[in-house]
Design a protein around this ligand. Structure first.
Ligand SMILES: NC(=O)c1ccc[n+]([C@@H]2O[C@H](COP(=O)([O-])OP(=O)(O)OC[C@H]3O[C@@H](n4cnc5c(N)ncnc54)[C@H](O)[C@@H]3O)[C@@H](O)[C@H]2O)c1
Ligand SMILES: [Zn+2]
Length: 361
């Protein structure tokens, strides 16, 4: 699959064994034959040696850099530490960054690549369902700020994405499930058939059935690739990928990042469908359908953070999706259909949000 980008179209290769393509992909991206392999400490312990070894065997000089796992480390401090490693290793503009890990690693490593010497190429090697299904495609990179998620970052498209489901074999079951929140989002915005298929096969997807997992990654990447290819910098259409994320990011932040991103998205998808129904823009029964999908994957449909709507609207106001001080959510019409053009999102004044969410349980 090819994703269109102003900085050059890039391939997303999905399939068992595609990680073997890393050396040759890397050689095309970095004439110096040098790369920084950025990962977190969990992935490093499980896969670092194999991946670094295959690069070395392919004649690549590897500078390995890892940081402590988890959203709490998706920070400017981690960006600084990694950038220092690259600087001290004398990597030049003819080198590249390889990101090996979940969405946290991809976002941080991508941001390091976007800013190091004003930008070096980077390759995404996602190792979680969430990163394969969603985060590794689209070129959004960045770190969190105490004021909110992803508030410091850059668009920096990868030169290639190698999504190899073999990595998923070492994932904890709970983490494996989290990625399907983004897959559900893809079905809910654009593809009823995919949403139905996900619900029908939740059990085998959670059990890591290789054929079905690969099919889910492919379909999700197809959907995301089509959207970001049409609107790389989120001037319009790409906003539909934020479904569930306006409320989701606020809930995630209010939990102090103890709630995993996939759980926050699941909670946010149900909450935003409920808000849409209350505003009369979303077909009745949609929230219940979304809730069923989320539950099929054992994901949460509610979080205690929703019990404090006044506090949540304060957090949402600092999100990037706020315009002229007013929170916007994606206009979900029904499962598989969202608004278009000027109707892609709807403004929801704080007092309406608080009124709608008051009394939720
Ligand atoms: N840039 C984007 O477009 C985009 C899109 C969606 C989400 N995101 C971001 O992605 C992040 C969430 O990603 P995530 O859910 O992958 O989280 P994550 O990167 O924190 O990974 C989850 C956990 O799994 C571990 N892990 C990763 N691969 C493993 C493997 N193969 N075996 C065993 N353990 C493994 C990690 O060490 C971590 O503890 C959030 O920060 C979110 O904002 C970005
Ligand atoms: Zn997300």
């Amino acid at each position: 699959m090819l994703v269109a980008s102003l900085s050059g179209d890039y391939p997303v290769r999905v399939g068992s064994g595609v990680r073997a393509l890393l050396s040759e992909t890397m050689a095309g991206a970095a004439p110096s034959g040098r790369c920084a392999l950025i990962t977190d400490d969990n992935v490093d312990a499980l896969w670092g040696r194999e991946v670094a070894g295959s690069l070395t065997a392919g004649g690549i000089d590897v500078v390995a850099a890892s940081f402590p796992a988890g959203e709490a480390h998706k920070t400017r401090e981690t960006w600084t530490a990694l950038t220092d490693v690259l600087m001290e290793s004398g990597l030049g503009r003819d080198s590249c960054v390889v990101s090996l890990g979940g969405g946290v690693v991809g976002d941080v490593a991508g941001f390091v690549a976007a800013t190091f010497l004003r930008g070096v190429p980077f390759i995404q090697v996602p190792t979680t369902t969430l990163a394969m299904i969603d985060a590794s495609v689209g070129g959004k990179t960045g770190v969190d700020h105490p004021a909110g998620k992803n508030l410091v970052g850059a668009f920096h498209a990868p030169v290639a994405v190698l999504a190899d489901p073999d990595f998923l074999g070492t994932l904890e079951a709970g983490v494996r499930a989290e990625g399907f929140a983004e897959a559900i989002k893809h079905g809910v915005i654009l593809d009823t058939g995919y949403a139905d298929w996900l619900a029908a096969h939740a059990v085998s997807l959670l059990a890591d059935d290789p054929e079905r997992v690969e099919r889910a990654v492919r379909r999700s990447v197809e959907i995301k690739a089509a959207v970001v290819s049409a609107d790389e910098f989120e001037a319009g259409r790409r906003q539909i990928l934020n479904l569930g994320h306006t409320v989701g990011h606020a809930v995630e932040l209010s939990s102090g990042y103890t709630l995993p991103h996939g759980h926050a998205v699941a909670v946010g998808l149900v909450a935003e469908a409920r808000i849409g129904e209350a505003l009369g823009v979303t077909a009745r029964g949609t929230a219940e359908e979304v809730r069923r999908l989320v539950r099929a994957f054992g994901l949460p449909d509610f979080d205690a953070g929703l019990l404090r709507p006044g506090h949540l609207t304060g957090l949402m106001a600092r999100d990037k999706k706020t315009r002229s001080g007013v929170v916007h959510i994606v206009r979900l019409l029904e499962v598989g259909r969202v608004g278009e053009g000027d109707g892609t999102t709807i403004p929801v004044p704080d007092e309406d949000l608080v009124r709608i969410m008051k009394g939720w349980s």
